[in-house]
Design a protein around this ligand. Structure first.
Ligand code: PXP
Length: 240
């Protein structure tokens, strides 16, 4: 049987903590519980404005976590410096706009080719697994290959929104399917991320080429009612 990995994004544990300026709920505690309850990796996004995860979270989580830590960063010099300092197991490069509520789309690979290429080279040299958060298009998969990354993470936000709003989603799903198949064929490991809940996860789990799912907001939100242990268990069941 194919085993699909689950990465849990715990950014929004920090969002709740920061809302009151307290030191709880603790992202470290959440990361260690994700590990205990069967997540395959933990994801954190150190945004430039530090609106959720802060530098000390990265430091302690990297120190205590035994499963791989996936750090999401914008393609900028000082984030590379931080990555080299704390050495997460994985780095996923994501676009970042100050005003956005969340990561709104994939990277503009064409415009940022030179900068991303430089960063990927440094991370590869330091044996950090590299990934690019991209829109599900063949063109972007091809450019990702030229950028020499290990993996791509396909942005599933559009698909998730269509499904949640009960609108037609077949075209978007086909784009994700085709991009996944093509990426796999040319030797890129395929991941999926953004906006997923139980239903979207189940639908996307049928695409054999997707090896890793990175899910955050839904898992953390649903855990308020059902507990992290149950939610991770239920998401993992959808991935079978
Ligand atoms: N993958 C990437 C690259 C992201 O930027 C995010 C959001 O931070 C996620 C996955 C998780 O998305 P969500 O919180 O909507 O599940």
């Amino acid at each position: 049987m194919r085993s699909i990995r689950l990465g849990v994004n715990i950014d929004h544990v920090a969002t709740v903590r920061n809302a009151r300026g307290e030191n709880y709920p603790s992202p470290l505690r959440a990361a260690l519980l994700c590990e205990k309850y069967g997540a395959n990796s933990v994801t954190i996004h150190l945004r430039e404005d530090r609106r959720h995860i802060r530098d000390f979270d990265l430091k302690v989580i990297k120190k205590k976590l035994k499963i791989p830590l996936n750090l999401e960063i914008a393609p900028v010099k000082h984030m590379v410096k931080i990555s080299l300092k704390y050495k997460p197991d994985y780095v996923c490069i994501v676009p970042e706009k100050r005003r956005e509520i969340t990561t709104e789309g994939g990277l503009n690979l064409k415009r940022n080719f030179k900068q991303i290429s430089k960063i990927v080279k440094i991370l590869n040299k330091n044996r950090i697994r590299t990934s690019l958060f991209i829109n599900p298009t063949i063109k972007d998969v091809k450019i990702s290959k030229d950028l020499n990354v290990n993996c791509i993470e396909l942005h599933t936000g559009r698909l998730s929104n269509l499904i949640k709003k009960k609108r037609k989603f077949k075209n978007e799903l086909t784009k994700i399917k085709n991009s996944s198949k093509y990426a796999d064929k040319i030797g890129l490991e395929v991941h999926a991320g953004h906006g997923m809940d139980y239903k979207t996860t189940k639908i996307l789990s049928k695409i054999n080429e997707i090896k890793e799912f990175n899910i955050g907001h839904f898992i953390i939100g649903e855990s308020i009612f059902d507990g992290l242990k149950n939610v991770i268990k239920k998401i993992k069941k959808k991935l079978k």
